[in-house]
Write a protein of this length. Sequence first.
Lengths: 112, 114
Amino acid sequence: EDQVTQSPEALRLQEGESSSLNCSYTVSGLRGLFWYRQDPGKGPEFLFTLYSAGEEKEKERLKATLTKKESFLHITAPKPEDSATYLCAVNDVTGGGNKLTFGTGTQLKVEL
Amino acid sequence: DVKVTQSSRYLVKRTGEKVFLECVQDMDHENMFWYRQDPGLGLRLIYFSYDVKMKEKGDIPEGYSVSREKKERFSLILESASTNQTSMYLCASSTPTGANYGYTFGSGTRLTVV
């Protein structure tokens, strides 16, 4: 059974204070690892897909990296508008096509 | 932009009622999914569909059913609503190679069963 564990559950940063969110996963075979951003009362918004260990992707202040057991979402010099819940999900090559298994998320709060 | 539209943002229903949650996508996606999201439990897959008239159970299908009569529409049905089905319900769609581009989610329906 696929498992996704995110840490920390919640993170409070000052504006400009860089940090990283962690996503540890267990799958039979990784087809893809996804990062989403979710604002309160809204559906998750797609950020990145990573496919193989060593891969990195960037978007503005966000950078996602992948190893064989975990992924990190690095936030550089965050701003208050980066406050949201960040979700990690995996797609397994075995049994299930495009089904995603999600972690419970990291709730990020960036303060002035 | 790909749009996934859920018919209601907020719903309040009584215990025992039959509840229909509607989801429509406008990008001709083959795959559609229903998740529920609860604090501390994350998103859990209820049902999914890879084609019209086709459906498969997810991880928590008990108490739910689905209907996909047209490619763009995927409905979630609560046969007899119970208080433990109070939750945020999220619909999503993707292409067959959704692993490349991820899901597109709707804005969610917050259902309260009283």
